[in-house]
Design a protein. Structure first.
Length: 141
């Protein structure tokens, strides 16, 4: 395994983020074409009440830009310090899988309990990635 292997889960999450981003204009233009909204209705952003599908996609997109930034920083730090090992790679892929499944639930049937469990599990994995990183970089290591 090379240190660069950590970039694969990172690129996968970046790609997924762009997929979710592309859903927003799809929902908006579909609703505009069906005369459910006028594009001028969106001058101040996506109207969740008028267009729930775009509002949910927009919220999910924001989720993919919030805590995942800590994932990207951790992965880059692992690479820069030559601390990518099989456990780090496994945790990174687990994090990405949980975030993708979280998005899939959010964008489909949207059951809050299921989303919450997935979100919490992904945050636990992210915290564990950081704990391992702190321990690896601590002076006592």
């Amino acid at each position: 395994m090379t240190q660069a292997a950590i970039f694969q889960p990172m690129m996968t999450l970046v790609a997924w983020t762009f997929v979710v981003l592309l859903l927003i204009p799809v929902y908006v233009f579909r609703a505009a074409r069906q005369k459910k909204i006028a594009l001028d209705d969106l001058k101040l952003g996506v109207l969740s009440n008028a267009l729930p599908s775009a509002g949910i996609a927009n919220r999910n997109y924001m989720n993919l830009l919030e805590l995942p930034i800590l994932f990207y920083v951790a992965c880059l730090t692992l690479h820069a310090t030559n601390h990518v090992d099989s456990a780090a790679l496994h945790l990174a892929w687990t994090y990405v899988a949980l975030r993708v499944v979280h998005s899939a639930v959010h964008l489909s049937y949207n059951k809050v309990l299921h989303r919450g469990i997935l979100f919490g599990a992904s945050n636990f994995v992210l915290a564990f990635i950081w704990i391992r990183l702190f321990l690896a970089l601590s002076p006592a290591a």
